[in-house]
Design a binder for this molecule. Structure first.
Ligand code: CU
Length: 111
């Protein structure tokens, strides 16, 4: 009978983990603090913002293996966007979307 217990516990653990991670992503947009905690944070110069597309120049982001570059990034639907104009430096938080591409979770002016 004992050999049934471990597999059952493992199943329970896996189920708990799945629920916990779903919860986590569901909470990600509740506050700037959560966004900072969950995402990859970097500084960038904003070149342009057109609709959901932001062209920016960022420095190296070692956490995700990106070199410094100028690129387009998409704003997530629920992105927090502060008052940042083209030409200004901003703090950005990137988050990997369901398609595996990084997108902007938050874009805030540098204080
Ligand atoms: Cu880049």
């Amino acid at each position: 009978m004992h050999n049934l217990i471990l597999p059952l516990m493992m199943t329970g653990l896996l189920a708990t983990t799945a629920i916990a991670s779903e919860d986590h992503s569901g909470h990600a947009d509740h506050s700037g603090h959560d966004a900072m905690h969950d995402g990859v944070q970097t500084q960038a110069t904003i070149n342009s913002i057109e609709g959901k597309t932001v062209n920016l120049s960022h420095g190296p982001i070692p956490e995700i293996g990106w070199p410094a570059m100028t690129m387009d990034l998409q704003l997530l639907d629920e992105a927090k966007v502060g008052d940042v104009a083209a030409g200004q430096d901003a703090l950005i938080v990137l988050e990997k979307g369901e398609d595996g591409m990084y997108a902007i979770r938050a874009l805030m002016p540098m204080e």
